[in-house]
Design a protein around this ligand. Structure first.
Ligand code: NAP
Length: 487
């Protein structure tokens, strides 16, 4: 293997996580790193997800890297602006020189004798002392198991794998799923399709999105770094306070959030049967709350037919679908808005650690990691947005940047000691995970009476962090040496 493929750090993925990691390494004076990207393009989620209507549902001034403020045109940026933001950062910091595209990681193996990772990719082998996985928790598209799909003569798409050449105008379309992706897609296409059959398994609670387009003078003001930081702080505090309801004051969910969602339902859906069909029967907040001013109204259009869990697709035919009630639906396009493998199977390649044990084996019961980042038996491996590091109420970028404080501190400890590797102690990970799941029992994600992508097959809530993000920031600010072994 050529030495040019040997690096101090390899970062897997070029989305927000990968870019943030690269910037932090550069700032720490570490230039010997590569970013491996499986796609032919850079930018991660916001380059990959370009279905009609795609936009962020966290206020953009906060949903951005703290070191890279942006001249956002609106409070909730659309996909094109988010993509441009990530690509601008890549260009500004000349990161493309360190990126290798169409380089899909197939496996990682820890070489104990060399104290480094062997990374097997579609472009050959790499070695790296440290690996930062930034492949994203929502990057492995999940498809429904539909009988007869292979015979379908129309187009079949997943929101995550959108094909811009598919024109939905005048088409007979079905959408499976009614989560955040579907809720953005449906209003964006409803006026141009001939018919739209929406297959809802479980309704989501929907709340209004406080859309706002920045005025030119406000954008000029926000070019001032202090004002931009102030706005970030105000948004951060406002969003963080929502967590109080998710964990400590469930009454707020009942007395404020649910009535607000019910009012929106009443305003936007005039047909009583439809309103009832899309009203959830679990506590608001248990599944991710959808923020939309247009989704519910789009469902109440004459060309739209909502199918509930009682009438799902049972068979795909060459020309359409048959539902459980025996209805035959002629279709040109079938769209799966069925989400992601966000917990089990979120890392799409094999990882073999110190004792020859795979990460899949270590996670046989459920995915777990100290600070959502490190796993005993897997030295020098850091998982950005790993188990129990997700947030539903604020910006995931804040969590990623907090994790990177911990990662960089680990690297500093190894270098300062003149050693090779760092690994979290098993008993510390065990204690941490036990604490996380104890704290989780108090959250609406645990007791709210729903099934969501926050749960792993074990039934445990794996996707979310069960405390304030300030707590996560505090815990990750420094790597506690006593919780780790250095070699
Ligand atoms: P999702 O929230 O997991 O929704 C998937 C939908 O498909 C659900 O309605 C689910 O029903 C349904 N479904 C899944 N498998 C099915 C099957 N086999 N048969 C029938 N229905 C099935 O996925 P998503 O909408 O892609 O969103 C995932 C997450 O991505 C969001 O929660 C959010 O964090 C992020 N996201 C964010 C934005 C944004 O605004 N920034 C936009 C899109 C996505 P059940 O509910 O019954 O499981």
């Amino acid at each position: 293997m050529s030495t040019e493929h040997q690096h101090k750090v390899v970062i897997i993925g070029t989305g927000f996580g990968g870019i943030a990691a690269a910037l932090r390494l550069k700032a720490a004076g570490i230039d010997d790193f590569r970013l491996l990207e499986r796609r032919a393009f850079l930018g991660g989620t916001w380059a990959q997800n370009h279905y009609p209507g795609a936009a962020v549902d966290v206020q953009s001034p906060l949903y951005s890297l703290s070191s890279e403020p942006n001249d956002w045109t609106e409070m909730f940026a659309k996909q094109a602006e988010l993509r441009a933001y990530t690509l601008n950062i890549i260009e500004k910091h000349r990161l493309a020189e360190c990126c290798i595209t169409e380089c899909e990681v197939q496996s990682l193996k820890w070489l104990a004798d060399q104290q480094c990772w062997l990374i097997n990719t579609t472009q050959g082998e790499f070695k790296a002392q440290f690996v930062i996985n930034a492949s994203g928790p929502l990057s492995q598209a999940k498809f429904p198991n539909l009988s007869g799909l292979e015979q379908f003569k129309g187009r079949c798409l997943h929101t995550n794998q959108w094909d811009d050449s598919v024109d939905l105008s005048g088409q007979r379309v079905a959408i499976i799923g009614t989560g955040a992706s579907a809720a953005q897609l449906i209003p964006a296409v409803v006026d141009r399709v001939k018919s739209l059959d929406v297959f809802q398994r479980t309704p989501h609670w929907v709340m209004p999105r406080p859309d706002y387009v920045f005025k030119p003078w406000q954008r000029r003001l926000l070019k001032n770094a202090v004002l931009q930081k102030l706005l970030r702080a105000v948004i951060y505090l406002g969003l963080e306070s929502r967590f109080i309801a998710f964990k400590y004051l469930p009454l707020v969910l009942k007395l404020y959030a649910e009535p607000s969602a019910r009012r929106l339902l009443k305003r936007q859906i005039k047909t009583p049967a439809l309103r009832e069909a899309v009203t959830p029967n679990y506590t608001i907040g248990c599944k991710r709350i959808i923020l939309s001013n247009t989704y519910l109204a789009a469902l109440d259009q004459p060309q739209v037919c909502l199918h509930t869990k009682d009438d799902p697709i049972v068979q795909i035919t060459p020309t359409g679908a048959i539902t459980r009630a025996g209805r035959e639906i002629e279709l040109d396009v079938l769209i799966c808005a069925t989400g992601y493998q966000a917990t089990d199977g979120s890392i799409p390649y094999d990882i073999v650690g110190e004792e020859g044990q795979s990460l899949a084996e270590a996670w046989a019961e459920y995915p777990r990691a100290y600070l959502g980042t490190t796993v005993p038996g897997f030295p020098n491996l850091f998982l950005l947005s790993g188990p129990n590091s997700g947030v539903g109420h604020t910006s995931a970028v804040f969590i990623i940047e907090s994790q990177l404080n911990y990662v960089l501190d680990c690297l500093r400890h190894v270098d300062a000691a003149g050693l090779q590797s760092i690994e979290v102690r098993p008993e510390c990970e065990e204690k941490y995970t036990a604490l996380i799941h104890k704290m989780m029992t108090k959250t609406v994600w645990h007791w709210g009476g729903c099934q969501s992508w926050y749960h792993s097959v074990s039934g445990k809530v794996i996707a979310m962090f069960p405390a304030f993000t300030t707590t996560f920031w505090r815990w990750t600010r420094r790597a506690k040496l006593q919780d780790h072994q250095l070699r």
